[in-house]
Design a protein around this ligand. Structure first.
Ligand code: C2O
Ligand code: CU
Ligand code: CU
Length: 524
């Protein structure tokens, strides 16, 4: 065979069959080489994405910028004794990264919005003027209120219009927040910067010796990750490999990049809000010091929980109290969160990421703070024995609940005003999700069989669900019957929400049927 081949190489006029075979061989080698190059190229690309997907800023920050504190929005009192707040949603330019202007959106300013503060019993009026170039809504996340005042996707504010809901604050002290909720556009509007805190106070909480001087020892900490284009613009592109949505490697706290905060007292309360559209944080201090978790979404826990980490998925809040020694510098850090994913998926969902968020700089002398009290609040017990109905909700893929996509014209369920229901929520997908209910604060009754972890024992409105997990929630339906205007429930990973992982419920009088939601408010 070899000899034959050797002679064939020197001999002109080879038979056409053999020439064809050689040609085929060359072709085959060519194709294989191309294929190999393609595979190597893809592998290289995948390796590049893989390495890009692992994010950290540890060691890269100088903590050069003083943490911005969102201003408190001063209300005016109207003739009826109501507290009137004015929010104007607007476009503007912000210097989020030093020397690079970024086009952003905000409320009463170019980025984020002021902190609204009200007390239990207050009748509030919110004037929300939309100077943005597109329709929006403003939702009061975590608030007990009538569905028509809730600011979900049915309460559209057209450009140039003002929306003025009013309600009475009727729930315990808590760290709530507000953000847009237009159907299909929530992720981008929140990402551009429309969001702010809504703090509630009540007399019992106010009497506790907890740090409560806003901006001094009671600090708002609004966490957001961003991705910037080289020119400083916000990058609104997708994250192609991320199962949870757009992730960025630049951290902002209250819209401040690379921030520090000077503190003057021994104990400080941090009101942590995950206002990111997708990223899950696992918060603690770089030196692993313990701290007291005193509050969750809906207000103070019954007792403080001493821990070194608090995980926070998008939309969730935590109030922690940390203790400092004079002169020290400590960094608030997000450690790799447990998302319940395999290593590859986890990498692209931020499960390997570590971020320094805020450096706390203690003064040379600190004023003494009282210790954290053992009892913080008495919670109303929801009646396990008297459950009106059990609802089963399955989160499917990245855009459906019970295999349905959000339809503004469909009421997914109706419940009777003020009754308690069990909502059994299961994540049937391979993606992480969380689950948020409007108009209420619920209790987690159990998580995949076990009782709730201490950090989930308080009032919650948003709960994280790794793939395969189930939570059973005790939900006391809002006390505001309205058969025509629904509340929402949805995944608070905003890309999933925008894709349709959302449903609607109405609250009716006993025996009353739901009516169909107002169709004239449908988008498009
Ligand atoms: Cu914070 Cu329906 O949302
Ligand atoms: Cu909400
Ligand atoms: Cu989701």
């Amino acid at each position: 065979m070899t000899a034959d081949l050797a002679t064939s190489l020197t001999r002109p006029g080879r038979p056409p069959a053999r020439r064809r075979r050689r040609l085929l061989l060359r072709l085959l080698i060519g194709v294989l080489a191309l294929g190999l190059a393609g595979v190597l190229g893809l592998a290289g690309l995948a390796a590049w994405f893989w390495s890009q997907a692992d994010m950290s800023n540890v060691g890269q920050l100088g903590f050069a910028n003083q943490l911005k504190i969102p201003p408190l929005l001063e209300p005016r009192m109207d003739g009826a004794g109501r507290k009137v707040f004015d929010l104007r949603l607007q476009q503007g330019s912000s210097e989020l990264l030093a020397g690079k202007p970024t086009q952003t959106w905000g409320a009463n300013g170019a980025y984020l919005g002021p902190t609204v503060r009200a007390a239990r019993g207050d009748q509030v009026v919110m004037h929300v003027a939309n100077d943005l170039p597109e329709p929006t809504t403003i939702h009061w996340h975590g608030m007990h209120l009538p569905a028509a005042a809730d600011g979900g996707p049915h309460q559209t504010i057209a450009p140039g219009q003002t929306w003025s809901p009013s309600w009475r604050i009727n729930q315990p002290a808590a760290t709530l927040w507000y953000h847009p909720h237009p159907h299909g556009a929530t992720e981008d509007q929140v990402y551009r910067g429309v969001a702010g805190l809504f703090l509630l106070e009540d007399p019992q909480a106010g009497a506790l010796p907890l740090p409560s001087r806003y901006g001094v020892d009671d600090i708002p900490v609004i966490l957001q990750d961003k991705r910037f284009s080289p020119d400083g613009a916000l990058d609104l592109g997708k994250s192609p490999f991320s199962p949870i949505g757009r992730l960025g490697a630049d951290m902002l706290v209250n819209g401040t990049h690379d921030p520090h905060l000077k503190i003057t007292s021994q104990r400080v309360r941090l009101r942590l809000l995950n206002a990111s559209t997708a990223r899950v944080y696992n918060l603690g201090f770089a030196d692993n010091r313990p701290f007291a978790l005193v509050g969750t979404d809906g207000g103070l826990l019954e007792r403080p929980h001493r821990t070194t980490r608090v995980p926070l998925s998008p939309g969730e809040r935590a109030e922690i109290i940390a203790t400092f020694r004079p002169g020290e510098r400590v960094v608030l850090r997000s450690f790799p969160p447990d998302l319940g994913l395999d290593p590859i998926q986890g990498r692209f969902a931020g499960a390997d990421d570590t971020f320094d968020l805020l450096q706390l700089r203690a003064g040379a002398t600190l004023t003494t703070s009282p210790p954290v009290p053992d009892r913080l609040a008495d919670h109303q017990q929801l009646d396990h024995a008297d459950v009106a109905s059990t609802r089963r909700l399955e989160l499917n893929g990245s855009s459906r609940i019970n295999n349905l996509r959000m339809d503004l014209g469909r009421i997914n369920h109706a419940g009777t005003v003020g009754t308690t229901e069990v909502w059994e929520v299961t994540n049937r997908s391979g993606n992480p999700h969380n689950f948020h209910v409007h108009g209420v604060q619920f209790k987690v009754r159990d998580q995949t069989g076990a009782g709730p972890a201490p950090a989930l024992a308080g009032w919650k409105d948003t709960v994280f669900l790794p793939p395969g997990s189930t939570v059973r929630l005790l939900v006391q339906l809002p006390g505001y019957p309205d058969p025509a205007v629904p509340y929402m429930f949805h995944c608070h990973l905003l890309q999933h929400e925008d894709n349709g992982m959302m449903g609607q419920f109405v609250v009716v009088q006993p025996g009353q049927p739901p009516s169909s939601p107002p169709s004239h408010q449908h988008r498009g």
